[in-house]
Design a protein around this ligand. Structure first.
Ligand code: HEM
Ligand SMILES: *[C@@H]1O[C@H](CO)[C@@H](O)[C@H](O)[C@H]1NC(C)=O
Ligand SMILES: *[C@@H]1O[C@H](CO)[C@@H](O)[C@H](O)[C@H]1NC(C)=O
Length: 333
């Protein structure tokens, strides 16, 4: 009997390790590369064809799709709940009152890709809108010279989408590092992931209202945010005069607005981050070393971005009775 004693701690250790391994995996075990290999083996090439065509029609497809995926994942998980249209009885996520101003070309890309997938008999109603959005997002990043990566699939489409559920789930352009870190951490993302994902602002547009606080009436002693490059501030004031047409939007990366690259971090080093949430990544000493590293090393940045995108794609994935495959991405079945 006495030789049983040493076994006990080992058994406990094994049990503990098994539990620790199973818990985090349980929420994401169903995602895998080539998930549709047996039902719709060509799904990725079908989506890529639609995304290529859409890209040739308008570059806006790129930032619009990327931001749509981010907003989908951060509100109720990556379940295409952001695609649902409001109805008489329900104001959906995308019409939340915090002015997300999601560009229509992202929705259009997914709707067209879904139609192309469903036109193939074996694929019809087999591929979720959430997965099509994830594939299209991977494709638009590659089309704008960003890194390409194998995309994990197997998400179901969500069964609810309410404007109220958006409350507090999305970061604000006025956020500081602590606020950004806590919001991203609540989605299982580290500060490193957050800094990598923020580089999405190397593409796309912002309305003047999102940063006008930084160029007018910043504080009683400083009308212009002192962390903003003075030359850039004057340029921004020129493009966004006070009482500007609220529909006016400007490039967020003034140097290479159509390249997915590490210029974002170089801009931060020059005080040319558009939002407080961008510039804080360089201003705050806790995140500055990462910004400096990636400003110098685009290979390291690309790797960190792919890691972070893959992690973001696992947020709140729906399985079993939590979801289904939507027939129309904009409406519940
Ligand atoms: C870190 C916190 C973030 C904040 C505070 C933030 C905020 C914003 C704001 C205010 C805009 C301008 C919207 C407009 O005026 O129409 C914007 C645009 C954009 N954001 Fe973010 N964002 C953040 C992170 C991200 C992430 C993680 C991604 C994707 C991985 C992303 C992708 C984009 C893209 C692509 C655009 C341009 C959209 C377009 O041109 O249609 N953002 N963001
Ligand atoms: C959203 O935009 C509308 C019209 O542009 C404006 O009246 C409203 O105050 C904005 N809401 C927020 C929360 O910014
Ligand atoms: C402001 O930007 C210009 C180039 O656009 C750069 O030469 C200058 O060093 C920047 N100033 C600061 C304080 O970073």
């Amino acid at each position: 009997m006495s030789n049983m004693r040493p076994l006990r701690p080992i058994i406990l250790l094994v049990a503990l390790t098994t539990t620790l391994c199973l818990l985090p995996n349980a929420a994401q075990a169903q995602l895998q590369q080539n998930y549709y290999a047996s039902v719709c083996p060509n799904v990725e090439s079908i989506v890529r064809g639609v995304v290529n065509t859409k890209f040739q029609q308008t570059f806006v497809t790129v930032p619009a799709t990327l931001r749509l995926f981010f907003h989908d994942c951060f509100v109720n998980g990556c379940d295409a709940s952001v695609m649902i249209a409001s109805t008489g009885g329900n104001t959906a996520e995308k019409d939340s009152p915090d002015n997300q101003s999601l560009a229509g070309d992202g929705f259009d890309t997914v709707i067209k890709a879904k139609a192309a997938v469903d036109a193939v008999p074996g694929c019809r109603n087999k591929v979720s809108c959430a997965d099509i959005l994830a594939i299209a997002t991977r494709d638009v990043i590659a089309l704008s010279s960003g890194p390409s990566y194998a995309v994990e699939l197997g998400r179901l489409d969500g069964l609810s989408s309410t404007a109220a559920s958006v409350n507090g789930k999305l970061p604000q352009p006025t956020d500081n590092l602590k606020q950004l870190n806590s919001l991203f951490a609540s989605n299982g993302l580290s500060q490193t992931d957050m800094i990598a994902l923020s580089a999405a602002h190397t593409l796309g547009f912002s309305h003047c209202s999102k940063f006008s606080n930084r160029i007018y009436n910043f504080s009683p002693s400083n009308p212009v945010d002192p962390t903003l490059n003075k030359t850039y501030a004057v340029q921004l004031q020129g493009m966004c005069p006070q009482n500007v047409d609220p529909r006016i939007a400007i490039n967020m990366d003034p140097i290479t607005p159509r390249q997915f690259d590490n210029e974002y971090y170089k801009n931060l080093q020059q005080g040319m981050g558009l939002f407080t949430s961008d510039q804080t990544l360089f201003v705050d000493r806790r995140s500055r070393p990462t910004v400096n590293t990636w400003a110098q090393n685009s290979v390291a940045f690309n790797q960190a971005f792919v890691t972070a995108m893959t992690k973001m794609g696992r947020i709140g994935v729906k399985t079993g009775s939590q979801g289904n495959i939507r027939v129309d991405c904009g409406a519940f079945n």
